[in-house]
Design a protein around this ligand. Structure first.
Ligand code: ADP
Length: 197
């Protein structure tokens, strides 16, 4: 299997780039944000619980998210790999993911981390909020809260993968095409390495 993590703050372009990456590499897209929004739309108990956290800009509890990822694996037993988007967002989630992948006799190949400055991120999110219908994108104070949660709880995940020598920073500003090319270059290098060339 070939498993990638697309990492980066809210608004860094993970969703946009994920769509292209799954198409090019034939891996299964696993976006915990999308899965949570689907639960909310269907008004499931999990969705109702998640909504109260998301609307405040907080993270959904680890056990809820990890359980959801575990069920998603069961639905995609034949996947040739996964692209994780918006997950893991805490060190506990990263460790749980390591264990789940180990059970499947696989591991993360690369973490691709999109880097974008904060003022650009706020602009992108407020812009997205005008059309996306996402309540967490319309209120600047909720957006700022998500950044502080990112700094405190999610940035330590980078260190987890840096230690494992899997962490690759990618400049996330410029055109969508240019960023996609940078991501693909890094992935190609990793694929070559794994095939022993
Ligand atoms: P963005 O990265 O643009 O903020 P996402 O769609 O990835 O958007 O996530 C939206 C919200 O869903 C997050 O602010 C958080 O509340 C919740 N969420 C998504 N993924 C996770 C996760 N792995 N752990 C905890 N909460 C999550």
């Amino acid at each position: 299997m070939f498993n990638l993590i697309l990492f980066g703050p809210p608004g860094s372009g993970k969703g946009t780039q994920s769509e292209r990456l799954v198409e090019k590499y034939g891996v299964v897209h696993l976006s915990t944000g999308n899965l949570l929004r689907a639960e909310i739309a269907q008004k499931t108990p999990l969705g109702l619980e998640a909504k109260s956290f998301i609307d405040k800009g907080q993270l959904v509890p680890d056990e809820v998210v990890i359980g959801m990822v575990d069920s998603y694996f069961d639905l995609h037993k034949d996947a040739r790999g996964f692209l994780f988007d918006g997950f893991p967002r805490t060190v506990a989630q990263a460790k749980a993911l390591d264990r789940l992948l180990e059970l499947k006799k696989t591991a993360i190949s690369s973490v691709l981390a999109l880097e974008v400055n904060e003022e650009e991120l706020v602009k992108r999110l407020l812009n997205r909020g005008k059309t996306s219908g996402r309540s967490d994108d319309t209120d600047e104070s909720v957006i700022r809260k998500r950044f502080s949660v990112y700094t405190e709880e999610t940035s330590p995940v980078a260190e987890h993968y840096r230690k494992a020598r899997k962490f690759h920073p990618i400049a996330g500003e410029g055109s969508v095409d240019a960023i996609f090319d940078r991501l693909c270059d890094t992935i190609e290098k990793q694929l070559k390495k794994e095939s022993g060339h």
